[in-house]
Design a protein around this ligand. Sequence first.
Ligand code: SR1
Ligand code: MG
Length: 404
Amino acid sequence: MRDFTSAYFTMNEEDAIEYAKIVLDVFDADAELTCKEIGDGNLNYVFRLVDEKTKKSIIVKQAGPVARISDEFKLSPDRNRIESEILELQYKLAPGFVPKVYKYDPVMNCCTMEDLSDHQIMRTALMQHKKFPLFAEHITTFMVNTLLLTSDIVLEHKEKKELVKNFTNPELCEITEDLVYTEPFFDCPRNDVTEGTRSFVEEHIWNDEQLKLETAKLKFEFMTNAQSLLHGDLHTGSVFIKEDSTKVIDPEFAFFGPAGYDIGNVLANLTFAYVSAKYTIENEKLDYMNYLEDSIRDIVDLYKEKFLMLWDEKATEKVASYKGFKEFYLDGILKDTAAVTGLELCRRIIGIAHVKDITSISHEEYRVNAEKICLTAGKRFILNRETIKDGSDYVKVIRESVEM
Ligand code: SR1
Ligand code: MG
């Protein structure tokens, strides 16, 4: 029998079954457990355990000591604590939009949580051209609640500073600082640029001094603006979805940073789906691209609307009621949102961590075209972030980049 209580080790599927029987108080004593490792992210191991008798199922997510994508990234498994704690907090702030956590285990660095197998990973669903008309509504409620309600506008400032301490996440932040803000903007050996796209990157990204300066400013904004408790990696692979339900998962990159980081990630990843759809042969692709444009437009506009309403309802900070401050504060979030949309669009094409929407385009010329569109849009979002304020501004940048 394995010992799960004294020392951490990384589990395989058999260990996870034993773990569930010995440590977790979830299944009946006579349960017939099966287990499958279903993780397809870059960092962790995700075990789905099912009692074949009752069909009851759970997820056990374990943080390994190195990233799956590359053992160059050595990471403290304490990120599993951050993930468990933020999921519990988000469960309260945005009820219905995250899975329920059953147990956090600090020895095995495991988080046991609700199984969402009746949902699908959103990136996969979008690549199958599925539509989710409630997504914009759901994700804006999730973001406004988790971001505004953890800011100094609402939280008592000493309580907020305690939370900032608790969610200090230096190793995962360093990954973002390197992979999102730094490496894509110079010829870093860790980058992974498609051969046909390389000259475009050299000319339009690495040789653009203005762009580089803007990314430097944005990197310092990311590192120093402890505005809100972010999810920190809110791409479409971090969303489980079905027609009537949206669940946000994988918040291990959580820390206090600029609120626009989460919103920009959502918008950029819908843009990848849009560009990917353009290069599929199906005849209904225009209809699908229109649907994605509507989603992008609605997310920006609904976020603004809900933000202003929640501010009026929940602000506790004295100066929050001064005329013009709410609009000034929202304006700052919108600038960051546009910039991060651009950074994410660039880094997923140039950097080490790509997205399937684009890598799955098997026709080489189409993939290169798709990548150039993402880079063109990305650069415009970064450079023109001061003027990109409405949903329609996003759609305009994306359309113009597709037509370039
Ligand atoms: C080393 S981790 C690479 C990427 O995967 C995660 O999902 C984050 O997006 C990170 O940048
Ligand atoms: Mg993840």
